[in-house]
Design a protein around this ligand. Structure first.
Ligand code: SF4
Length: 313
């Protein structure tokens, strides 16, 4: 059984244990774009994507990295009183989508802040190459570095429906390459995408377990304003068949998934949290993510189960 105080491998606990104090992530918008938007891979982007919906107000690409870190620290110190150290979270768009020299300048500016102990870099698998992985691998000898790669679905037909612009195999290839360089790799998965069924979603666990990943984030499908999905949803497009859950149903589904999940994978979150003003469709009453995590933990305990209980090697 999982030896943590909670019945799953908990992200914040893992960081606190590693560093000996609380670690907070600070979001940064470094002004990147994305090859699935600028025409390199596609245009229009993934059909669910509107980066404005999750960018905190202090994150503006017009500000320097240093400025965003300073304002982010003030924001979090006000909210949480004390978060002694930080991870700079390069979050908006594809944060490895630039020449290596540009990336070095941006990442190293963040790491010059004495309170920043590492980086979390969100990206797409097609924005990586050997040179970037080599550099990040060197950086990870000194700092806590996580490369967060969007997988979203393990099914290519679903990835096509959401205009993802790459296959699961592409993601798998770069996840393995990055992990092979000793990098910590985190992934995202969205539950409820068009044509998803509970069974199909659950069966993804075998593919996820086979990946050399360090951490995972699950998101329920949310329909965000200003996206292609909003259009499909409002127009009742017959090719758009998402799966919406009630919160309790969703928690049970995630428990089913997590009890088959490899026990060493750190679970960072089980649900997305987009402000209700950005959403159309089901919103679960605006419940905050920390409350959802508490309910999830309670559900695991009620069902007398834990992460990896049904994991098959
Ligand atoms: S979700 Fe990521 S990969 Fe997709 S369009 Fe948005 S920024 Fe690009």
């Amino acid at each position: 059984m999982n030896t943590n105080a909670v019945p799953y491998h908990n992200y914040s606990q893992n960081l606190s244990k590693l560093f000996g104090f609380r670690i907070q992530k600070l979001s940064i918008d470094a002004g990147f774009t994305c090859p699935n938007r600028d025409g390199t891979v596609g245009t229009g982007g993934c059909t669910f994507c509107n980066n404005d919906a999750f960018n905190p107000s202090y994150c503006l690409p017009q500000k320097t990295i240093t400025q965003q870190i300073q304002e982010g620290k003030q924001f979090h110190q006000f909210r949480y009183k004390r978060a002694p150290k930080y991870l700079a979270y390069f979050q908006a768009y594809s944060n490895t989508y630039a020449p290596i020299e540009t990336l070095k300048a941006l990442y190293e500016e963040a790491l010059r802040d004495d309170d920043v102990v590492g980086l979390v870099i969100g990206t797409r698998c097609d924005c990586l190459d050997d040179e970037k992985l080599e550099y990040l691998s060197e950086l990870s000898k000194q700092y806590y570095i996580v490369l967060e790669i969007g997988v979203e679905s393990c099914y290519d037909e679903t990835l096509k429906l959401i205009n993802r612009g790459h296959t699961f195999e592409d993601a798998e290839f770069w996840i393995k390459k990055a992990a092979g360089r000793g990098l910590k790799v985190g992934v995202h998965l969205i539950f409820g995408l068009p044509d998803d069924t509970p069974r199909k979603m659950l069966e993804q666990v075998y593919k996820i377990n086979s990946l050399p990943i360090h951490s995972i984030k699950f998101h329920q499908l949310q329909i965000i304003k200003g996206t292609k999905m909003e259009q499909q949803f409002l127009e009742k497009d017959s090719n758009f068949n998402p799966l919406f859950f009630e919160l309790d149903e969703y928690l049970d589904f995630v428990v089913d998934f997590v009890e088959q999940l490899r026990p060493d994978i750190i679970i960072e979150r089980i649900a997305g949290e987009v402000p209700p003003r950005f959403q159309v469709g089901p919103v679960w009453g605006g419940i905050r993510n920390d409350r959802i995590m508490v309910k999830f933990e309670k559900r695991l305990i009620e069902r007398k189960t834990f992460q990896g209980r049904l994991f098959l090697k």
